[in-house]
Design a protein around this ligand. Structure first.
Ligand code: BES
Ligand code: MN
Length: 471
């Protein structure tokens, strides 16, 4: 380790309180992308990020306007042409905090309790953005950056990154880089470091079923009208087979089986039935029995009902047949599955199965295909070494069930692979109430990112690998 490198680690160890303070400020901006009431907060978050970049010496930054929420772009190319260019990605938006009554402390006024910092976005992913900026600060204040950096922070990841593809396309030359560092994934446990090499894709829909022109007296009309809530439930019930597989026509046509090698590698992860039962509090697990839980969440596609609405849900009782019913339906996709194909398959299912007693409408929302980062790319190797330096053991490799649309967009448009990392944990309650960040793991993550910047600089220029395995 060079003395600059050691000084950078030392600097990070000297400044945890300051790092946490900055993260708290970031969490205090309620940048909820899906809620139009927070448009002003989205702008505030971009301004705040630009100031932070400026504070750590990245003076070249600008805000790119989009049809949706703005993007922050910045660069620091001081390491010169003999050093790699790393594109750091992050999203400053968060999911809504509701239901607020389930939070033990204000989601936008972060509170430290024990080893954890509680607040919306603490783990997904304001904490991860700040870990990356803290690492950049530590390196650049101690001898300068050994890598060139470009930053791309969007505000629409949690709604499927609808504007980003255009931003990346229009700024293709600006974003020319050797690889992307995407700290939006997580780890298995504080003592089980891991690297994510695959993400599932997403296709999201709103299905509405319409019956009578308005709510009806259920006594006068019950028996002659097909209740839309019932019709919708019947359609939804038919979307899965008894074995847990999905019944849409052609749904598995492009789904690949795992290789024996990958199956074996995944079976070594310390994640079993009890892990999921413990994390979630369910009485028993569900799903395709012929696949392990790790395979079902990482390498098998799913169909989920995210929410349903129909008729009377207030307190007391009201005797009606509702006029309509609605369900939010999403599918997690695996490599090769195309979001547009699955939309056609869902429409075909509805055409075949919807009864003539109702009318239906299907609205498609943003999403994207799955991604896979080869495990032998220079970025993954550099991160793996970095993690081993901090944790004293090599990381395990994991397929993650969540989705990050930008990974595919960057591969397709810029031709670069994303190194997926992040120092959140499975019990961080991301997207749920009481989201938190485990600070000791986060601090180790900052160290790992410092090592990563040095490691990736050392291996440049990257050896050209003409044919890489998919693993
Ligand atoms: N950080 C998550 C994705 C993730 C979750 C990666 C778990 C690794 C482990 C990301 O912010 C997210 O939640 N994405 C959405 C994307 C969607 C709205 C297109 C998701 O997966 O639901
Ligand atoms: Mn995220």
């Amino acid at each position: 380790m060079s003395s600059d490198h050691a000084d950078a680690i030392h600097y990070a160890h000297q400044n945890p309180a300051q790092f946490i303070q900055h993260l708290k400020e970031f969490i205090q901006i309620p940048s909820v992308s899906t809620d139009p009431n927070h448009t002003g907060d989205m702008d505030r978050a971009t301004r705040w990020l630009s100031e932070q970049l400026h504070r750590i010496g990245i003076v070249n930054s600008r805000i790119i306007r989009t049809g949706g929420h703005p993007v922050v772009y910045a660069e620091q190319l001081s390491a010169g042409p003999a050093a790699p260019v790393v594109l750091i990605y992050g999203h400053y938006d968060v999911q809504p905090a509701e239901p607020l009554n389930l939070w033990q402390s204000d989601p936008f006024n972060p509170e430290q309790r024990g080893d954890n910092l509680y607040g919306r976005g603490s783990s997904d992913m304001k904490g991860q953005i700040m870990a990356t900026l803290d690492a950049v600060e530590s390196v650049s204040r101690n001898g300068g950056l050994p890598v060139n950096l470009k930053f791309l922070f969007e505000g629409e990841e949690e709604i499927g990154s609808p504007s980003l593809e255009q931003v990346i396309t229009e700024n293709k030359h600006l974003l020319k880089t050797d690889l992307a560092l995407n700290p939006d994934a997580g780890m298995i446990a504080p003592d089980t470091p891991s690297i994510v090499y695959a993400l599932r894709g997403l296709a999201y829909f709103e299905l509405r079923v319409f019956g009578p022109t308005q709510d009806l007296h259920s006594g006068m009309y019950g028996g002659v009208i097909h209740n839309p809530a019932q019709a919708l439930s019947e359609l939804i019930a038919g979307m899965h087979n008894a074995d847990g597989s999905i019944a849409l026509p052609g749904y598995y046509d492009k789904v690949k089986l795992l290789s024996a090698e990958e199956k074996e590698a995944l079976s070594r992860l310390p994640i079993d039935n009890d892990f999921y039962i413990h994390q979630t509090g369910v009485p028993a697990l569900w799903g395709e029995k012929s696949y392990t839980p790790v395979e079902r969440t990482g390498a098998r596609p799913t169909l989920e009902i995210n929410g349903m609405e129909s008729g009377f849900t207030g307190s007391g009782s009201k005797t009606i047949i509702p006029a309509w019913a609605m369900a939010k339906i999403s599918m997690r996709l695996v490599p090769e599955q195309d979001p547009q194909d699955v939309e056609r398959q869902l429409r075909q299912y509805l055409i075949e199965r919807a009864p003539s007693t109702i009318r239906w409408e299907l609205k498609s929302m943003a999403g994207g295909p799955a991604s896979l980062t080869p495990r032998d790319t220079p970025g993954v190797v550099a991160l793996s070494r970095a993690i081993e330096s901090v944790w004293g053991k090599p990381p395990l490799f994991k397929r993650e069930g969540g989705s990050i649309p930008v990974v595919v967009q960057m591969k397709k448009i810029l031709g670069i692979d994303s190194v997926l990392t992040g120092f959140g944990l499975p019990d961080d309650n991301v997207h749920g109430p009481n989201e938190k960040l485990h600070l000791p793991t986060w601090s180790r993550g900052i160290d790992a990112l410092i090592h990563f910047f040095y490691n990736i600089a050392e291996t440049y220029p990257f050896p050209h690998v003409s044919e890489r395995s998919n693993l």
